[in-house]
Design a protein around this ligand. Structure first.
Ligand SMILES: Nc1ncnc2c1ncn2[C@@H]1O[C@H](COP(=O)(O)OP(=O)(O)OP(=O)(O)O)[C@@H](O)[C@H]1O
Ligand SMILES: [Mg+2]
Length: 231
């Protein structure tokens, strides 16, 4: 069997909040193969985003090991982690994290340029424009984030997360602000990335239609992750 894209073992996250210690993630194990799409469902505050942050190397576990595309990221220093992220990961955050002073096109082009600094700007721009057209934003390329609706900003975030064809796509509620038709289109785009490029996808969703299309559904409950039979 090919090496998994995600291999997480015994992952715990404990945070100190004032005087109380919070046990946010409890002995989480997760394996995800190439082209595999897994949806995480579960109540608000159960630890879903926290797990995504750990898998994206944006937060470190209190204990446990996380291996992504063969690299044990818990062992990397900040510089190596940043390089690893830009070469292997696409991340769509819950609040998009677009750069406010850059247009939609510049936000997406910048990601490509960081991953491939030697490439021609025009080539990267064309690729970024195509990714934005794919998410239905071909006529919004020159808009700054604050001149875009919430759902449009979310789609810029998704174009940015997918444009470099990452090994692993982590998406926090990718259809959360979208109408049904637009949501269905971005779901199809994500799944085609998995099929064509072997990208493994882990997405958090409250949308039953999206969860139903994933290969697996995982349930987060009070920091514990279990395989759900409802997939
Ligand atoms: N920096 C922090 N310090 C203390 N507690 C935190 C911190 N970040 C998150 N938490 C707590 O960790 C728990 C899990 O948060 P998380 O954001 O992972 O939930 P979630 O499952 O993504 O919820 P939602 O569906 O509302 O997005 C919450 O109770 C939250 O208050
Ligand atoms: Mg969350």
């Amino acid at each position: 069997m090919a090496a998994p894209i995600v291999d997480a073992h015994g992952v715990n996250l404990k945070l100190q909040s004032g005087t109380s210690a919070l046990h946010i993630l409890k002995d989480v194990d997760l394996t995800l193969g190439a082209s595999e799409v897994a949806a995480i469902v579960g109540p608000s505050g159960s630890g879903k985003t926290s797990l995504l942050m750990l898998l994206g190397g944006l937060e470190r576990p209190t204990s446990g090991t996380i291996t992504i595309a063969g690299e044990t990221i818990s062992g990397l220093d900040e510089d190596r982690l940043a390089i690893f992220r830009r070469n292997n990961l696409g991340i769509l955050f819950q609040n998009f994290h677009l750069i406010p002073s850059l247009t939609a096109l510049e936000n997406v082009t910048l990601t490509l340029e960081i991953a491939d600094p030697g490439a021609r700007w025009q080539t990267l721009r064309d690729k970024a424009a195509a990714a934005l057209a794919d998410v239905g934003l071909g006529t919004r390329l020159d808009h700054l984030p604050n001149a875009l609706s919430g759902g449009e900003q979310q789609r810029v975030g998704l174009a940015r997360a997918m444009v470099a064809e990452p090994r692993l796509l982590l998406a926090d509620e990718p259809t959360g602000n979208l109408d049904q038709e637009t949501g269905a289109r971005v779901i199809e785009l994500m799944f085609s990335l998995a099929r064509k490029r072997g990208t493994a996808i882990l997405l958090i969703t409250h949308d039953p239609a999206l969860a139903a299309e994933a290969d697996r559904t995982l349930r987060m409950n009070e920091g514990r992750l279990t395989e759900s039979a409802l997939a």
